[in-house]
Design a protein around this ligand. Sequence first.
Ligand SMILES: Cc1ncc(COP(=O)(O)O)c(C=O)c1O
Length: 385
Amino acid sequence: MRRKNGVLRLMTVSFIDLATQQRRLRPEIDARLNKVLDHGRYIMGPEVDELEANFCKRLNVKHAISCSSGTDALILGLLGLGVKPGEGVIVPSFTFAASAEAIAVLGAVPIFAEVEESSFNLDPDRLVDALAAGQKAGLNVVGIIPVGLFGQPAALDRIATFSQDSGLWMLDDAAQSFGSTLSDNVVGTFGSATATSFFPAKPLGCYGDGGALFTNDDQLAAIARSARVHGQGADKYENERLGMTARLDTIQAAVLLAKLGIFDEELTLRQKAADRYADKLAGCGVIIPELSATATSSWAQYVIRLPKGTDRKAVQDSMRKDGVPTAVYYPHPMHTQKPYAHYPISRGNLKVTEALAADVLALPMHPYLDSTIQDRVVEALKAAL
Ligand SMILES: Cc1ncc(COP(=O)(O)O)c(C=O)c1O
C-alpha cells in the first residue's frame, strides 16, 4: 500500500512480476554474468553448450538448438523440415502472429485452421477442413504447426496421428507451453520438432530475445544448426545453404541457466495460482480456462472469457482504475489481418476463433501471485462486470 497526499492507495498489481524472481536469483545471475564477462566468449560461449545439454537431458531429446527468438526457432524448424515456397502449412488463426509469420516469410502458405473453445488450441476434428481448404487452393500441404496457447499443449497426440495419416509433419509451437506435459510426456518431444521462446514474459524467459528448437531428427538438427549461422558448412566460411544470424547470446544462456534452477518450482506456483483463480472466480459469470484431463499447463497466461455482450474495453478500464492490469490475447485472428487476409482458411468457418477473439481477457499471472492479490483481481473484475 502506498500513501499519497495522506490517502492510502493500493499499489498497481503486476501483470507479470519479473522483479520478485530477479530478487530471488540476483546473486546467482550476477555470478553467472560475471563469469561471461571474465571469459569474454559472448557468441556461442560455454554457457550456450551447457544450456543446450541441460535441455537435452531435461526433455530427453537428441538435439536442443538454442537461437535468437521463438520466431527464429520456428523458421529454423521449417528450414530443417525443408519447407519450400508455395507449400501449404496448417496453423491456427487464433495465435500470436509469429506462428503464421514464420511460414509466410519463407514464401510458404499458412492455411488457417479452427480451434476448440475449451482449450483455445487447434481442433483435431477440424484439421480435415483445413487440409481440404489447402488442397482446394491447389497447395501441396506439407505440415501442421499446432500452438500450445497460454501454456496448455494442443492435442498433440491426436494431431500427430492426423499428420501421420495425411503424410504431414508436425512442428509444435511451444513458445508459451514450454514446461507443460501431455499424457505424462513433456512438451518438446512431440512431432518432428518443437520451437520455444525465451522472451522475458514467457514461463522460462531470459533478459532479451531468445528461443530454442528441440528435435530427435539428426538431419533436421544439422540443417537448423547450419541455418542458425548463415548456412555454414564444415568450414566457417563455407556456406552450404542460405541462413541467418540466429544464435542465442552467451549472456542470455547464462541468465537461462540460473532461471532453469527454479523453473519446476515456478511451474508448481503457477499451477497453484491457477487453482486459486478457479476457486475465486466460481460464480462470477465468466468462463474459466479448462485443462484437458491428460494435460498440464505452464500457465503462461490465465485467460478467461467474459459473458457474451460484455463491453470488454469498459471492463479493462474499470479494472485498470482499481489498479489491476489486464490484456487481450488476441483481439484480431490472423486470418482477419492485412498481411494474412489472402491466405486460405479452413473449409466451413472459423466461428470459434472469432468468438474467442471477441471475449477473451487475460488476468495477471506469474508464480509470485498470492491469494491477497488474486482477491483484489477478482474483486476488481466483479465490480467491473
Ligand atoms: C505462440 C507464439 N509463437 C511464437 C512466438 C514468438 O516468440 P519470440 O517473440 O521469441 O520471437 C510467440 C511469442 O510471443 C508466441 O506467443
